[in-house]
Each structure stands twice: as C-alpha cells, then as structure tokens.
Design a protein around this ligand. Structure first.
Ligand code: SAM
Ligand code: SF4
Ligand code: F3S
Length: 436
C-alpha cells in the first residue's frame, strides 16, 4: 500500500468528472488519501478538456503553477489525463518537462500502475492508446452524496466538423446493460437516489453490442429498487426515437428533462457542421417530445461564429430560438480546433462579430428562460434537496425533476430529502418558493 496524498483537478464535462471519480477510487484503493490543498499533495493529476481553446488555456496556466511545486518537492508526481492528454501526448512533456506522465482517455484503469512505475523507475510515461474494451469494476470515489454519474458508453462516431471529441475519445463503445444496472444498484445501495446516465450521444447506446438500446436500458434502470430519479445526457437529435420518448413517458423515475443540442438554426450551417438533421426534422422531434411530455424541460447547446456564418444564418438561429423556446441554453463561441474539418474552412468569423452575436443570443435566451420560469409561479414541484444555497445558509437549494434549481427557506428537511415546494417567484436561472 502507498501512503501519500493526492489532488485531482478536473476540467471539462461530466464524462471527465466520472473518469476522475474512477481515478480517485483507484488511488484510494492503494492507500492514497485526498487533500484539498494542491501544495500538500504527493500526486497531482489534472484531468483535462480540449473542447475549446479556452479550456486548454486554463490547463496550461495550471501546468505552469505546478512547476513551482515540483521545484520545491522533487518527489511530487505530476500527471496529465483526459482529452488534452490524449490530443497532445508527449508534446505536453516537451512543452513542460516537469510532467511525469500523460494518461490518455482510454487508460484510466492504468493510473496506479503508472504511478508505481514512476516511483520505482523515475522515468516519464506516456500512454494514450485507446482500445476497444471498457475497463469494468474499477473502484469509484463519488463526489456527490445523493447523485451519481454513470457512464453508459464512451467515445463518439458523429464527427461534427467543429468538434475534437471523436478524435480524443475514440469510437463509440457501450457498456453492457448488466454492467450499467449493476453500477446503478451499487450506487443505490450506497445511498444514491439519483443517477445521470452519461454518453456523448446516449441515444446511440447499444448500437455496437445490440444487447439493448437506450430505451431498453432506461427501462432497466428505472426498475432498480430504491432509485428515485434517472437523468441522462447528451441526446443527439438524429436518434431521439418515438420508442425513447414513449419510454420516458411511461417511466416512473425517468426525469422529464431532455438536453437536445441543436447547435445551430439554419440548414446551411447544420449541413456544414455535419449534424445530419435539419431544422425541420429537429422541429418535428421537439413537437413529438412536447406532445408526449408536456411537462418536460428542453435545453440545448448552441455555437455562434461557425465558419461562413452570415447575418441571415444568425437571424435564422435567433428565430429558431424564439420558436422552440428552450428552458435554457449553453451558448458557445466557435473555437477553432486544429485537426477538425471546420478549422480548415474558409471564412472564419472575426472575434468581434462572434462576441456581438453571442451577446444577442444570450440576451434572447435569458428573456425566454425567465418567461418560462415565471409561468411556473403558483405550481407545486417535487424538489430533491441538494444542500445550502451558495449565498445564504438559511436557504436550501434543490432541483426539480425537470432540472430547475429551486431555492427555499430551510426547514427540518435534510440534504437528499424529497420535498414539495410551491413556487412563488422566478428568475432566469432559479425558481424561489416555500415548502408546502
Ligand atoms: N455530444 C454532445 C452533442 O453532440 O451535443 C456534446 C458534447 S460537447 C463536449 C459539448 C458542447 O460543446 C457541444 O454541444 C458544442 O455545443 C460545444 N462545442 C464542441 N466543439 C466546439 C467548438 N469547437 N467550439 C465551440 N463549442 C464547441
Ligand atoms: Fe462532438 Fe458531435 Fe460527438 Fe457531440 S456528437 S461529441 S458535438 S462530434
Ligand atoms: Fe472536454 Fe473531453 Fe468532455 S474535450 S467536454 S472533457 S469529452
């Protein structure tokens, strides 16, 4: 057993959080303990993201900071994992020789072996081969108390022209339904009542092994004894089938929230993005979702400033936003990712134009979010208590099944409890109310 302290810094999406929980689990299983102070750690690991340039810049900043710690403590082991590790490989070490190891996205299970190797041999390690197999039965040190991340598949086959993810996460690999359900059962036995099933495109689940599709898997997870809420992300609009929509409608614990990234609101740009659906087919899917699940919240991702975007394209996107009326949207400035087809496209949009369009998009969405939330005033919603609100310890923060944040005065309830709250006020990002 090793004795030492570790610190893992995590950037990027929920996939990276789930991977980091498996890294922590392994470190703890060989005797390491967690420290909150980076300066006190014997092992520092950064689990990185490269989806946009800004994500990479943050990591390079951190790598620079850790150089000073390494100079003070030559026994410190410093590793880079995740998507940027996969993308850059040993370039990272050339740029920053104080890095001891680079661990690719398919090598989470090798973490403790590699650290032991570095301890014994003191030579740097780079391991970024992505295989076809999925490492199962890894110990998991979950961050949340009541809500668990459960990856159901890894990788992506879609190759949207702007996106680096398929290059750094490899092809789609689905876990077996037995492995997913077993993980959910274990989580419930440990006290978790909510799970979020994760994948870059969860609707493609099972296309490789054919043992179950995503709707089948949802049904199996819904039936796990003790589960209260099942969430999932991300759904690709091309694969959101009637079977899936009906499964959610008929489910007991399947939450009525669908994150359905549209990315853009004009067919010309959607085609250039290789999103393989049209504005019309997307609209039809939303119609079907809303017909079957009138209470459901719908959220999205949008990118502005994709190469060749014109004023007309952007105006069409604003119109589409007004038409669909998402509960909320994550809006991004297009970021050129070298190696992707869009990075080689002509007519890159100037930064000032991108920023101006992003602001307009956010303004429009904020109005819509607020308007939708205001219509919830007077309703009673089931809320899972998550903890004290950030700004006021006398106020609890929780979430509805539709994934909206609700703030309400502290009562006798505890974090993890389910309560009913009558909504009396709404803001763009939160609802406020009282327990009823
Ligand atoms: N698989 C999910 C899907 O297809 O919607 C999304 C995964 S990606 C990690 C999250 C979001 O990042 C995408 O939906 C997209 O809006 C955004 N994104 C990806 N590449 C980007 C880029 N090059 N520039 C800006 N945003 C990007
Ligand atoms: Fe990226 Fe597209 Fe795959 Fe999502 S579906 S991860 S946006 S390539
Ligand atoms: Fe980033 Fe990798 Fe997720 S690039 S968004 S951490 S899949």
């Amino acid at each position: 057993m090793s004795t030492g302290r570790y610190k893992i810094l995590v950037y990027g999406c929920q996939m990276n959080i789930a991977d980091a929980e498996r890294m922590e689990g392994q470190l703890q299983s060989v005797g390491y303990t967690r420290t909150e102070e980076t300066a006190d750690a014997d092992v520092i690991l950064i689990n990185t993201c490269c989806v946009r340039e800004s994500a990479e810049d943050k990591v390079y900043g951190k790598i620079g900071e850790i150089k000073k710690l390494k100079e003070r403590n030559p026994h410190l082991i410093f590793g880079i994992a995740g998507c940027m590790a996969q993308k850059e490989g040993d370039n990272l070490m050339q740029r920053a020789p104080h890095i001891d190891f680079v661990l690719g996205t398919g090598k989470v299970q090798e973490l403790t072996r590699i650290i032991a190797e570095i301890r014994a041999e003191h030579s740097p390690v780079v391991d970024t081969v992505i295989g076809n197999t999925i490492a199962e039965n890894l110990p998991i040190a979950r961050g949340g108390k009541f809500s668990a991340w459960v990856p159901i598949m890894y990788g992506c086959n879609n190759f949207c022209t702007f996106c680096i993810v398929p290059y750094v996460r490899g092809r789609e690999r689905s876990r077996t339904p037995e492995d997913v359900v077993a993980e959910v059962r274990r989580a419930v036995a440990e006290g978790y009542t909510e799970v979020t099933l994760l994948g870059q495109n969860v609707n493609s689940y099972g296309k490789d092994h054919k043992a179950a599709d995503f709707a089948d898997l949802l049904r199996m997870v819904d039936e796990v004894e003790g589960i209260r809420r099942v969430r999932f992300m991300t759904s690709h609009p091309k694969d959101i089938s009637d079977k899936l929509i009906d499964t959610i409608r008929n489910g007991r614990h399947l939450c009525e929230h669908i994150h359905l990234p549209v990315q853009y609101g004009s067919n010309r740009i959607l085609k250039a993005m290789n999103r393989v659906y049209t504005v019309e087919s997307y609209r039809e899917r939303v119609r079907r979702v809303r017909e079957a699940l009138p209470e459901a919240s719908l959220t999205t991702d949008l990118i502005v400033g994709f190469p060749g975007e014109t004023e007309e394209d952007f105006a069409a996107t604003l119109d589409f936003l007004r038409e669909i009326r998402y509960d909320s949207a994550y809006t991004f400035l297009y970021s050129k990712r070298s190696g992707t087809p869009a990075a080689r496209m002509e007519d890159q949009v100037p930064d000032d134009v991108k920023h101006a369009r992003l602001n307009l998009l956010m303004e429009e969405q904020n109005k819509i979010s607020r308007d939708i939330n205001e219509k919830l005033a007077g309703t009673e919603l089931e809320v899972m208590v998550e903890g004290e609100s950030k700004n006021d310890p006398a106020v609890w923060s929780g979430r509805t099944r539709t994934n909206k944040i609700v703030l309400f005065p502290h009562g006798t309830e505890q974090a993890g409890d389910f309560v009913h709250v009558r909504i009396d006020r709404a803001q763009t990002w939160v609802l406020k109310g009282e327990i009823c």
